[in-house]
Design a protein around this ligand. Structure first.
Ligand code: G
Ligand code: G
Ligand code: MN
Ligand code: NA
Length: 249
């Protein structure tokens, strides 16, 4: 396939870059860190959305190389920030099940000098189900390095609750589909309250994704949701947009 070939070339041709989206403490508005998100500037087609090319990269296995590039680049950049903010990196199922993954993470930390406690890996539930014993072993190795793991898109997988019990997550990221209109829709409000209760019971901080309005933010604050991410709190952008905090450039 054309796209697969182009994806392989894109790394060497330096066509990928990262944007960063703020993750903030809701009660104070304080910046805690950023989620790194990949972008592809294609020489002919212009910007290609990751929603388009990540699935192709996963099916073809190129995601392993792309994922390594994202991890190394995010850690390298974050290691240069003047404040020790955290950086969250998305990990796909294929990467997680690659036998060299935890070693790669270790190597990147050593090579970039990033403190392991500043790195968080975002893993979706669907990434866990392929081979649960292997996923569990990998998560344990990653955590032994001092790296945190967040369950991404919580609530959209097959068996969110058993996955929370079976895997040693450090954070729950509630999917944005449950945050949209949470302040005006009683049904989603009930679901979000329940997830927040779950987080409290398990001692896990909860991050609300996709916060788009002040009303949603106020609801989350009133319900003691600790962390927020979304267009209302900050759109993803080049790291230079946040130079006050990072000192970049
Ligand atoms: O940034 P945006 O909303 O366009 O991302 C669309 C999708 O692509 C989201 O599901 C997001 O998790 C995924 N995505 C963005 N960056 C990365 C990345 O570096 N690695 C992986 N595996 N997925 C990513
Ligand atoms: O699946 P994941 O959580 O990794 O996806 C992150 C994606 O969500 C990014 O591509 C980002 O562009 C997108 N995103 C971030 N904030 C918002 C928001 O407030 N609303 C919507 N609709 N998408 C968002
Ligand atoms: Mn994510
Ligand atoms: Na998500």
């Amino acid at each position: 396939r054309v796209m697969e070939h182009e994806l392989r070339q894109a790394i060497a041709r330096d066509e990928f870059y990262l944007v960063y989206q703020p993750q903030k403490e809701i009660s104070s508005g304080k910046m805690l860190g950023f989620e790194a998100l990949i972008r592809w500037q294609h020489p002919e087609h212009g910007e290609v959305s990751p929603a388009m090319f990540i699935p192709v990269a996963e099916d073809s296995g190129v995601i392993v190389q792309i994922g390594e590039w994202v991890l190394a680049t995010a850690c390298q950049e974050a290691a240069g920030w003047k404040n020790p903010l955290s950086v969250a990196v998305n990990v796909s199922a294929v990467q997680l099940h690659n036998p060299h993954f935890s070693r790669k993470v270790h190597e990147v930390l050593v090579h970039t000098g990033l403190a392991p406690g500043r790195l968080e890996l975002e893993i979706t539930e669907t990434a866990l189900v392929k081979d649960m014993p292997r996923a569990l072993a990998t998560l344990r190795q990653i955590k032994a390095l001092g790296v945190r793991v967040a369950m991404d898109d919580f609530g959209t997988g097959y068996s969110s609750l058993s996955n929370l019990r079976a895997f040693p997550f450090d954070k729950i990221k509630i999917d944005g589909s449950f945050i949209k209109s949470v302040d005006t829709n009683g049904q989603v409000a009930a679901i979000v309250r329940a997830v927040l209760g779950l987080g409290r019971g398990l001692g896990l901080p909860v991050l609300a994704e996709g916060v788009e309005t002040l009303g949603e933010l106020k609801f989350l604050d009133a319900e003691d949701c600790q962390i927020g991410q979304g267009f209302y709190l900050g759109k993803p952008g080049p790291i230079e947009m946040f130079s006050e905090l990072t000192g970049v450039p």
